[in-house]
Design a protein around this ligand. Structure first.
Ligand code: UT7
Length: 352
């Protein structure tokens, strides 16, 4: 007989002070972590693989290098490493985690969920686990879901991970896409604001999608609609295909609008924000958003030069690096904004 498995336990109800405030309980980011594979692939190395050059890649995207996971390193391995660091910073043990949400477009397998594999690696025995499929926007989608489950009292601690091994999904003969992507993982632990912290935590979030643009960015084959067969293998349908210019245009307008709208919902202006952490796809997309929001680029946290576009992991890695580099302090307000295949987009305002 198989042993009975523990299930997520109901946490204690909100404290009297939360109940008195009448509003949603403040849900905070208690810890962050990230992990990047050791192997660095430079633009010069890509020149040996496809017809491209460092000047084109740097001027059109801002990317100089990216990290590539080893053949024995899976998305779940990257995610588990980032998660351990986030849990350690939060001072929460894996056994205390009620929920693991993993945002990824490059799961280890279709199923089981990569979240379950990370659960097993961590020994987070009581956690309920699932993956979120919202491409590069998934980390903020997951933050939104975790926040409501915590604020509503259903769970106490959530581990939210963005993890990708996009190098396994890239067509290494297609210069239009292979120069853009990289591997990595970021994680955040969410829970009710602990004693001693004053920031209002995740103040507001926004999510949106437009499936009418589903065909401009994605992996068309390898799933149930179009399985990869010996006959169609040469078309590499199980790799990323993108209509770059249209994706660029949609990214700029969706991320600008999502920023403006989440600020309006929060009753803040862009001048109230100390640090903007955008999806790290292309420096020209960020330049265009900065122009439209009328805010200096110095306010944006950027690391795409080192890692390229790491999909759902990008904003999670950037949040962790910005945190560790002291780019924001307690009481500062952050704006996170993302965009991805679907189309999907999301934004969040966090008071640290
Ligand atoms: O995370 C999801 C969101 N993804 C994105 O946000 C990506 C959005 N799109 C982009 O970032 C840009 O559209 C790209 C970086 C993908 C492309 O930049 P672009 O300025 O839109 O270039 P393009 O696609 O219009 O291509 C211009 C030229 C073409 O040559 P011709 O037709 O003008 O002779 C391409 O074949 O550049 C050529 N090209 C390259 N040349 C050297 C495309 N890729 C490369 C390359 N190296 N890697």
């Amino acid at each position: 007989m198989s042993p009975s498995l523990p299930t997520a336990q109901t946490p204690p109800p909100p404290s009297p002070s939360q109940a008195r405030s009448g509003g949603p309980a403040p849900v905070s980011v208690l810890g962050t972590g990230s992990y990047l594979p050791e192997r660095v692939m430079t633009n010069a190395e890509l020149e040996q693989i496809v017809e491209t050059n460092d000047e084109w890649i740097t001027s059109r995207t801002g990317i100089r290098e990216r990290r590539i996971a080893g053949s024995d390193e899976n998305t779940s391995d990257l995610g588990a490493k980032a998660a351990r660091i986030a849990l350690e910073q939060a001072g929460i043990s894996p056994a205390e985690v009620d929920l693991i949400l993993v945002a990824t477009a490059s799961p280890d397998m279709f199923f089981p969920a990569t979240a379950c594999l990370i659960q097993s690696a961590l020994g987070a025995r009581k956690a309920a686990c699932m993956d979120i499929s919202a491409a590069c926007s998934g980390f903020l989608y997951a933050i939104e879901m975790a926040r409501h489950m915590i604020a509503g009292g259903a769970i106490r601690y959530a581990l939210v991970v963005g993890a990708e091994k996009l190098s396994a999904m890239v067509d290494w003969t297609d210069r239009n896409t292979c120069v853009l992507f990289g591997d990595g993982a970021g994680a955040a632990v969410l829970g009710l604001r602990p004693a001693g912290r004053t920031g209002r935590g995740v103040m507001n979030t926004l999510m949106g999608s437009d499936g009418d643009y589903a065909d401009i960015l994605g992996v068309p084959g390898g799933a149930s609609r179009c399985p990869v067969t010996a006959a169609n293998m040469d078309q590499r349908l199980n790799t990323i295909k993108m209509v770059g210019k249209e994706t660029f245009k949609q990214a700029v307008s969706a991320m600008t609008n999502a920023s403006v709208e989440v600020l309006a919902r929060t009753g803040l202006s862009i001048n109230d924000i100390s640090c903007i952490i955008p999806h790290q796809a292309n420096i020209r997309i960020i330049d265009a958003i900065a122009d439209r929001l009328k805010v200096g680029k110095a306010r944006f946290f950027l690391n795409l030069e080192k890692y390229g576009n790491t999909g759902a992991a990008a904003v999670a890695i950037a949040l962790d690096e910005a945190h560790r580099q002291g780019r924001f302090q307690p009481g500062d307000r952050l704006l996170l904004v993302v965009f991805g295949s679907g189309l999907t987009w999301a934004s969040a305002v966090i008071e640290w």
